[in-house]
Design a protein around this ligand. Structure first.
Ligand code: ME8
Length: 512
């Protein structure tokens, strides 16, 4: 396999259980990783947990646990979620892993060797919730005159001796980077925010802490642990063997895409490339800041009590339904809203009534009327030509959309062919044609089955379970599930297993 591709999610803070925003990011990134695999690329996909920092220390204290015990427990939930949601990661990294300490210390030493780290006293505002330092000018006023970060989180005054990173030195190199690589920050709106921020000037960044010890020790500086974002961002390098596994590193670094949420674009598009420039490490090709998921249009928060457990949704509606809904309904890059009713409506329309119904009807007739063997196709009529053209247009539309990371548009293109295939089947009515012209009925059944096969291959990166079940029912294995297989027709004469329903109808939630 050639053409390596490295993609990552952000790593989540395991200071609580995963919520649907975490699930969304993992699903979207997984969809892109699977798409790239179906193209035949050698993909490496990493996700995991970000376990150091003050936020973890404080939450552990509240629960009377050590930070490590808290991380062990909660990281387990994130791992279980990844498994349940069919997240096809090659590594689930924990920043408490030993090789991650090694990588973080190596990048630190490289930045130090470049003359970019110096010891000084830090005095300024810190938000534990964001694990971020803010300039006075960035703060906003909250209720009762309280000072809040631009994200609306509380800030506290901190004063301690820390190591500083010469971020100010990288203002111009960063602006040059954004100009030379307009696709470095995606989508465009996020790029503009970052441009404005960097053009406004960059202060040096405090990159170590002495007031707690839950972090990666700063090499040669007892009492200092690294600022959590220095080690967190380095996870992307750890996962490809930096600094020891040269072969893995050279195969996959620089990363093709870091998928993250819109609230942490600054860390990925400013700090991260600056650290890498300093350490003389090539930069990732792109950072995509997706939108936030809102519960019925409202921000999720523990106090409002509308934080949804993604595992419950997956149990209730099925993994494919949850994945399909999130990928189809949210414009990738923008905020999106979800509700149980919306999941039911969307999935019943597109999965149960459309693709699932077509597959079920077509395969049952093949089972009954053709002895479960894919029939021979006779001469094509205009109807078959139109169906084939619709599926070919879906394929082209999907690739175009995926080139722009417009996952929702890619699915829309595929489902336009699914609608056409359903219409074809209803119009051609093979069950009634069979009575007068069995050869023509065979042709219709063949083309309907081939359309299902093609649509399942096209949609497999989004709904891996259901698509694979359809492809099982169509006798398609292994390589026959990659996009390359779209270049070949379905083989007549293939004996198929007994058909079963693939996408169950979902029940609407009962009003409380
Ligand atoms: O930020 N909708 O961790 P995190 C969509 N550890 N995405 C959401 C979301 C929502 N409602 N809420 C959060 C961190 N996210 C750091 C990252 S990376 C080196 C370190 C996204 O657990 C969020 O934007 O707060 C981020 O990309 C990811 O979930 C983890 O968030």
């Amino acid at each position: 396999m050639a053409d390596p591709y490295y993609i990552t999610t952000a790593i989540s803070y395991p200071n609580g259980r995963p919520h649907i925003g975490h699930a969304y990011e993992a699903i979207a990134t997984d969809a892109i990783a699977r798409y790239q695999r179906q193209l035949g690329r050698e993909v490496r996909f990493q996700t995991g947990t970000d376990e150091h920092g003050l936020k973890m220390v404080q939450e552990a204290r509240k629960r009377d646990l050590t930070p490590r015990a808290l991380a062990d427990e909660m990281s387990g939930y994130f791992k279980a979620m990844a498994e349940k949601l069919e997240i096809s990661c090659d590594r689930f990294i924990r920043t408490s892993d030993a090789d991650h300490y090694r990588a973080s210390q190596a990048i630190w030493q490289a930045m130090e060797a470049a003359g970019d780290l110096y010891l000084d006293r830090y005095e300024g505002w810190y938000s534990v919730r964001d694990e971020a330092f803010y300039d006075e000018k960035e703060l906003v006023e909250g209720e009762g005159g309280a000072k809040l970060s631009p994200q609306g989180t509380p800030v506290e005054w901190t004063a301690e001796e820390t190591w500083f990173f010469r971020l100010s030195k990288y203002q111009q190199p960063l602006l040059d980077l954004y100009a030379a690589q307009p696709d470095f920050i995606l989508p465009e709106a996020r790029r503009n925010e970052i441009l404005r921020f960097v053009e406004g000037g960059l202060s040096d960044l405090s990159v170590s802490r002495t007031s707690f010890d839950w972090g990666v020790p700063v090499p040669g500086s007892p009492g200092h642990v690294m600022y959590v974002w220095v080690d967190a961002l380095t996870n992307y390098l750890t996962g490809v063997g930096y600094p020891d596994d040269v072969e893995l590193y050279e195969t996959f670094w620089p990363a093709h895409l870091h998928v993250i949420g819109k609230d942490i674009v600054r860390f990925h598009a400013v700090y991260w490339p600056a650290f890498l420039m300093s350490a003389n490490i090539p930069l990732p090709r792109a950072v995509f800041g997706h939108g936030f998921l809102l519960n019925r249009g409202e921000k999720m928060s523990k106090s409002v009590g509308n934080v949804t457990d993604p595992m419950e949704l997956a149990d209730r509606f099925g993994v494919d339904a949850l994945r399909y809904f999130l990928l189809r309904e949210v414009s990738f890059g923008q905020d999106g809203s979800y509700s149980e009713e919306a999941i039911v409506t969307r999935c019943n329309a597109d999965l149960a009534n459309n693709l699932g119904n077509l597959a079920q009807r077509c395969l049952s007739i093949i089972a009954k009327a053709c002895g479960g063997v894919v029939p021979e196709a006779g001469d094509r009529t205009e109807a078959e030509d139109a169906l084939l053209a619709s599926v070919a247009a879906a394929e082209a539309g999907m690739h175009d959309a995926m080139g722009d990371l417009a996952l929702h548009t890619a699915l829309d293109a595929i489902w336009s062919a699914a609608r056409d295939a359903n219409q074809y089947f209803a119009d051609q009515a093979p069950w009634s044609v069979r009575k007068t012209d069995p050869a023509r009925a065979d042709t219709i059944l063949y083309h309907a089955a081939d359309a299902v096969r093609r649509i399942a291959i096209l949609a497999r990166w989004a709904i891996p379970n259901g698509a694979d079940k359809l492809l099982d029912l169509l006798g398609q294995h292994g390589d026959a599930r990659c996009f390359e297989a779209l270049g070949h027709p379905l083989a007549p004469g293939l004996t198929l297993p007994a058909p079963v329903g693939v996408f169950p109808r979902l029940e609407a939630p009962v009003e409380a």
